[in-house]
Design a binder for this molecule. Sequence first.
Ligand code: HGY
Ligand code: MN
Ligand code: MN
Length: 419
Amino acid sequence: MRDAPSNLQIHADRLWGTILETAQFGGTPKGGVRRLTLSPEDKTVRDWFRAACEAAGCTVTVDALGNMFALRPGRDGSKLPVGFGSHLDTQPTGGKFDGVLGTLAALEVLRTLNDAGIETDAPLCVANWTNEEGSRFAPAMMGSAAYVGDFTVENILARTDAEGVTVAQALNSIGYAGAEAVGAQPFGAFVELHIEQGPILEAEGKTIGVVEHGQGIVWYDGRITGFESHAGSTPMPLRRDALAAFAEIVLAVERLARDLGPNAVGTVGEVTIVNASRNVIPGDVIFSAEFRSPEAETLKALETGLAAVLADIASRRPKVDIQLETIWRKEPTHFDAKVIGAVREAANALGYSNRPMVSGAGHDAFNLATKMPAAMIFVPCKDGLSHNELEDATKDDCVAGANVLLHAVLALAGVAKAA
Ligand code: HGY
Ligand code: MN
Ligand code: MN
């Protein structure tokens, strides 16, 4: 095997051009991107991505959950492919970079290797994972979670969005219910490039985050059942106010995360008052909640703390019924030393300032790390902002991340031939 040309760099303008081009698919007036998973906008970007990967000489396959894989042959087809990529779906008020950078940088790596006439020893495989965001359908990182066996395909296909559309129906509606079995595409390792979605790299003036760990995550679906009645004529002691009970839960989630911090966060992101009316006491409230921590014991303490709080609220509000279901739980992620090393050595060799990091946000690499050696590369984003239409990153930082991805992948795959 040969060394990769140390001066090999991706084509900066071409990468940046793909980011701006695909940002149009679901682009919003504020400059963000609304491209919910398995939506018509998602189909558009998927079709674009498939065509680009095929034009780059890859064979593109799609599995039963719409996960897309672009395979580039290596000299030794008996070796497991080195996987890299991310996701192309976004939040409702998403930005141009979350997931997109890692997927398009992976495509740019393929294009750069083609331009350079480089054949890798092991094959390469770029992935676009279905429903990383978990906004339209829960859980987040859904496609990669099923890929590693955390959920059965049947369980995921039956998941519904707020309109009652199933994952199966949505996949069929955009033509991405693929023929491949979920989990069939093997990888020898996986590397994911992503914006940090936090303030550290920007604050420290560092270009690259070498991600070594990821937070553990627990997601809940909750429902509080009280009793609708007249807002004017129902005396306070007789009320069964589901929303007042909910309000206590929101503040308890916030308090638990603060009290068990600094490495803990808690959020209630969704709430629906069923049949809401300004002069009816809410009788049916549906909500979501989540906790995250990089420490397994802290995550457990958050969970037990919430259970105790709910029992206390129920004892003081005996006329409402509080149900909380854990719908997804992921232990903290510890990435692989060898892949971490490949990322750090690439950043150092390219002369990019870098520092070790823990990922606050969840990523598909978290799931893959349970089954294969994996790690992540972060680049800064403006003000650390993400899941917001103002999400932004610089071209130079995106290019730096793509160059680190290029050389980390080459280190893992090996170079058989260079032009
Ligand atoms: O929830 C997350 O951390 C990711 O953005 N899906
Ligand atoms: Mn993401
Ligand atoms: Mn996201």
